[in-house]
Design a protein around this ligand. Sequence first.
Ligand code: FES
Length: 248
Amino acid sequence: GTPAVREGAPVTLTIDGRQVTVPEGTSVMRAAAEIGGAIPKLCATDTVAAYGSCRMCLVEIEGQRGTPASCTTPVRPGMVVQTQTPRLEKLRRGVMELYISDHPLDCLTCSANNDCELQDTAAQVGLRDVRYGYAGANHLDAPVDASNPYFDFDPAKCIVCSRCVRACEEVQGTFALTIEGRGFDAKVSAGLASDTFLGSECVSCGACVAACPTATLNEKAVKDIGKPERAVITTCAYCGVGCTFRAE
Ligand code: FES
């Protein structure tokens, strides 16, 4: 998902040499998605308000200094945006390198393997090397919070994108989660009083689990028995051969 489609007066801009017209107030990221452009992202979804924290979605805008986050930058008429320059690719790889230097490398045995946005985005930006090693891995020794009967919270896998915090507030209207600390010490916390999900204001709605891009918030059932089969097998009704389709 990318930040949601807006309603408003039409605005025409150019993204990677292609013209696109979208309603006023739409983000540059969403406008790019409308013409098939997939700007790398980690903290944006189409269900919670854009936050601009992960810095993966940086773009270049003609006449503007710096590289703003496309998820929080609204379109302007006549804007000329580049989303895939060598400079942007290098910046994104650099940011991803920092994320991976601070993340456990247990992908093969992780329950989110092949269903992990961090993994997908690392591949999308072409990360091949982590020059800082992995020694900075943060919260690795922090215990998994397994207090909730339905899901676990593993701080070692958290990239502090705040998608869970925003989902809790915006989707569920509960304020069970917060981000504590800064920099490497930053962590998602389930309330200052109890420090566990079970003792917090959490109502177990699962909005945070659905929003998590990694295996930080993980349904216990998924962990134990694997991902649910989301594919649907259909038999084509066009002729009598009986070909089957697999729709994901
Ligand atoms: Fe834009 Fe994270 S997706 S800063």
